[in-house]
Write a protein that binds this ligand. Structure first.
Ligand SMILES: *[C@@H]1O[C@H](CO)[C@@H](O)[C@H](O)[C@H]1NC(C)=O
Ligand SMILES: *[C@@H]1O[C@H](CO)[C@@H](O)[C@H](O)[C@H]1NC(C)=O
Ligand SMILES: *[C@@H]1O[C@H](CO)[C@@H](O)[C@H](O)[C@H]1NC(C)=O
Ligand SMILES: *[C@@H]1O[C@H](CO)[C@@H](O)[C@H](O)[C@H]1NC(C)=O
Ligand SMILES: *[C@@H]1O[C@H](CO)[C@@H](O)[C@H](O)[C@H]1NC(C)=O
Ligand SMILES: *[C@@H]1O[C@H](CO)[C@@H](O)[C@H](O)[C@H]1NC(C)=O
Ligand SMILES: *[C@@H]1O[C@H](CO)[C@@H](O)[C@H](O)[C@H]1NC(C)=O
Ligand SMILES: *[C@@H]1O[C@H](CO)[C@@H](O)[C@H](O)[C@H]1NC(C)=O
Ligand SMILES: [Zn+2]
Length: 662
């Protein structure tokens, strides 16, 4: 989709579309250390250490005719102690040296002149390391005739006590605070300035904000931002719990263990993943998979089940996986012609393809449920405009996927399965549940579908807390809700859609937008409006906190910081989701079929971009339950993994491997 950072320019023969060309991500000098300088670890968190010594043949960093010095060394020392050879420090035999080369472009001029810089590399990877003692460590690579690259790492302090047994981690993909404010406006009613009901997350006793920038780019994608949340390590764009190195390959990169994997390894705990996206997508994948290339869908599905053979802990498979994306489970040459449905079935998973089958699953058995090809349908499509489900594709490839669950259905069933299995094994459970389509709909500027997903997430949080109370797990379960990044979205008034549609010029249409006093109050009806003078809050047919109208005459006037060319009419798209721009020979241009009664807005992104892109603003963090007090103030994205690890006390006994029972 829209993850257009050029890493190794020479590999991509596309027109110029970037400003920053890197020799290697997170490697400022010719000696590279991964994990890089400033990395923090949870005590006992497993990781790989990779070093590279590079020698460019030409360009501004040319070294020794492109010959790296064979005489290089890696030393490590803890807390000011003596530096000792890394192999000795970790008690390993010295890894073999890899030799290879790659090319890159130094800048746009070099790319236009087709003048790549070849670089020769010597590299070593140390696998499956752990640091148990809190404190700082210096890692020093000496190379190329005495130059050094030093990485200072910190192992975080241990928890004083274990606060939580279970963790449910909700991700609203792409969910900025402004979207929650807009969703509150649609789904809840004010009287004389006072909301009569609010979002469930508005009640969270733990509340703060989180910075989402990546390791080497201030705008993140969902792979590296989710890796930061789940492993506590910033990554490069497209990286899933694995550092992008100079090999250009997605396999073999230096990996880091996630909090979900630690929990499974140390406590033998149950782990589940739920998403409304195709399930090989970045956020679900960041729970327990490792590749610098998020597009390796076949490898991701394989790792959900089997982990990484040979050089990682025996993973033994997720307890459950619910989402879309059946296309990645069907036999293809990319996955060796194996049906992953058959394979998971033969590993003892219950396999289902519909909401009806999901609900019939035995709570004591592991489960795989995939409901569509591509993403699951949005809340708005399923609940308000169900005719659009004719367009949704079943796992078997037929048009018309009608028996699909929503986020709440999948999450509550996941809790039942995890809870039942955890109880039988005397463990806790961890669940990652992703409201994935907030992001996908924001990318295509489809505000009503996106806000429907935000309200569905909030309704799911409410139902989750109620359900945890029913099953007696509320006191033991930390519930965290956050986003992986934002989109630059906001609301600035309201629009008279009727007036807009009847004007003949773009300038006249803009007169339909009312600001300040003229924006008035929300015209979306909520259930209380339907029963006049009845201010009791009661569930609407679709759940709590949704408006009952999605096409009022007066809608919210809104916009994005970054868009392709598109038209705005500020009215709901009832027939299908938006496609704002289409491609012709000059790049992406106004889609003549999209919002054609609206006024034109020239895009501000490169003409190669079909959609809006992610933005910089910090995203909100909400927490309920034991340990919620850890989630306050302004945080950096990796801090969330450390806070979950503290609440679960993953650091203390981190050299233990409990053994998970399937
Ligand atoms: C190798 O490099 C080290 C410094 O890292 C230096 O002390 C040593 O003399 C070098 N050995 C050779 C053979 O160049
Ligand atoms: C890169 O490696 C290949 C073989 O792997 C070799 O043929 C080629 O000459 C190398 N390029 C440079 C610039 O050293
Ligand atoms: C570097 O050398 C290669 C040949 O090895 C050449 O093709 C390329 O244009 C040179 N690049 C620069 C930046 O000079
Ligand atoms: C997968 O199937 C295709 C066509 O049926 C065949 O050409 C290919 O060799 C197969 N690949 C593997 C790895 O079996
Ligand atoms: C849903 O997923 C597909 C990939 O399967 C992606 O290309 C598409 O853009 C997504 N849908 C939306 C609405 O963005
Ligand atoms: C308000 O509506 C709810 C739900 O329909 C109903 O149960 C309740 O009796 C109503 N209250 C009043 C005062 O009408
Ligand atoms: C691209 O599409 C737009 C809208 O249809 C049109 O105005 C423009 O002339 C097209 N450009 C080319 C080169 O076809
Ligand atoms: C775990 O580490 C602690 C402290 O370093 C040590 O006392 C203990 O023996 C270790 N246990 C195992 C199973 O390695
Ligand atoms: Zn996104």
């Amino acid at each position: 989709m829209v993850y257009s950072v050029l890493l190794l320019g020479a590999l991509v023969a596309a027109p110029a579309f970037g400003q920053t060309f890197r020799r290697t991500a997170a490697c400022p000098k010719l000696g590279c250390v991964f994990p890089p300088d400033q990395t923090d670890f949870i005590a006992g968190q497993t990781f790989d250490l990779r070093i590279e010594v590079q020698a460019p043949v030409n360009g501004s960093e040319a070294y020794n005719n492109g010959q790296p010095d064979n005489n290089f060394s890696l030393k490590i020392g803890g807390q000011g102690g003596n530096l000792v050879d890394a192999s000795e420090f970790f008690g390993l035999t010295d890894p073999t040296v890899e030799k290879y080369n790659f090319t890159y472009y130094e800048d746009l001029f070099a790319e236009e002149a087709h003048a790549p810089t070849p670089v020769n590399v010597l590299a070593k990877s140390y696998r499956n390391l752990q640091l148990h003692n809190p404190g700082t460590y210096d890692v020093v690579l000496t190379y190329n005739n005495g130059d050094t690259t030093t990485a200072t790492w910190t192992v975080a302090p241990l928890a004083e006590s274990k606060k939580a047994k279970n963790v449910i981690f909700f991700v609203g993909d792409g969910m900025a605070s402004s979207m929650l404010s807009a969703a509150r406006l649609l789904g809840h009613k004010t009287i004389n300035g006072k909301y009569q009901s609010k979002l469930k997350v508005d009640e969270a006793p733990g509340f703060g904000a989180q910075m989402t920038h990546s390791l080497d780019s201030f705008i993140t994608d969902s792979a590296n931002s989710a890796s930061a949340l789940f492993s506590g390590k910033k990554m490069t764009v497209n990286g899933l719990n694995a550092y992008t190195d100079s090999t250009g390959k997605g396999v073999g990169n230096a990996k880091v263990e996630t909090i979900f994997e630690m929990f499974r390894r140390i406590e033998g705990g149950q782990v589940g993943v739920v998403s409304k996206a195709y399930i090989a997508d970045a956020t679900p994948a960041a729970v327990c998979t490792h590749t610098s290339q998020r597009s390796q869908y076949a490898a991701i599905i394989d790792q959900y089940l089997s982990g990484i053979a040979g050089n990682w802990f025996p993973w033994a498979g997720l307890d459950l996986l619910f989402g879309g994306g059946a296309e990645n489970f069907l036999p293809t040459s990319a996955n060796g012609n194996i049906s992953q449905f058959d394979r998971w079935g033969s590993e003892g998973y219950q396999v289902g393809y519909t909401k009806t089958e999901l609900e019939a699953f035995d709570n004591a058995q592991r489960a795989l449920a995939i409901f569509t090809q591509g993403n699951i349908s949005t809340w708005l499509d399923k609940n308000i405009y169900p005719d659009t489900l004719d367009l949704a594709i079943t796992p078997q490839g037929e048009r018309g996927a009608y028996d699909q669950p929503g986020l709440k259905d999948m999450t509550l069933k996941a809790i039942d399965i995890l809870h039942t299995r955890a109880k039988e094994r005397n463990t806790g459970f961890m669940l990652m549940s992703e409201a994935a389509l907030i992001d996908k709909e924001m990318h295509v500027l489809d505000i009503d579908r996106a806000l429907g997903e935000v309200l569905e997430l909030d309704d799911t949080v409410r139902a989750t807390l109620e359900h945890l109370e029913e099953i007696g797990e509320l006191e033991d379960t930390l519930v965290v809700i956050t986003a992986d990044h934002a989109h630059g979205f906001d609301v600035f008034g309201s629009t008279d859609t009727k007036f807009l549609q009847e004007q003949n010029s773009d300038r006249a249409k803009r007169g339909a937008v009312g600001t300040y006093l003229n924006s008035g109050l929300s015209a979306y009806q909520v259930p209380q409006d339907v029963l006049a003078n009845n201010h009791t809050i009661f569930p609407s047919p679709q759940g709590d906190g949704f408006p009952v109208t999605w096409d009022p005459r007066y809608t919210i006037a809104h916009g994005w910081a970054a868009t392709p060319d598109h038209r705005e009419d500020y009215a709901v798209n009832k027939d299908h989701e938006r496609l704002p721009a289409v491609k012709n020979t000059t790049g992406y241009f106004f889609n003549p079929e999209d919002n054609n009664r609206g006024f034109a807005m020239t895009g501000n992104l490169g003409t190669g971009e079909a959609q809006g892109v992610h933005s910089l603003v910090d995203v909100p963090v909400y927490a309920f339950g034991p340990g919620h007090e850890l989630f306050r103030g302004v945080m950096n994205s990796p801090d969330l993994a450390f806070k979950v690890a503290l609440a679960l006390d993953l650091g203390r006994s981190s050299n233990v491997t409990a053994g998970y029972k399937k």
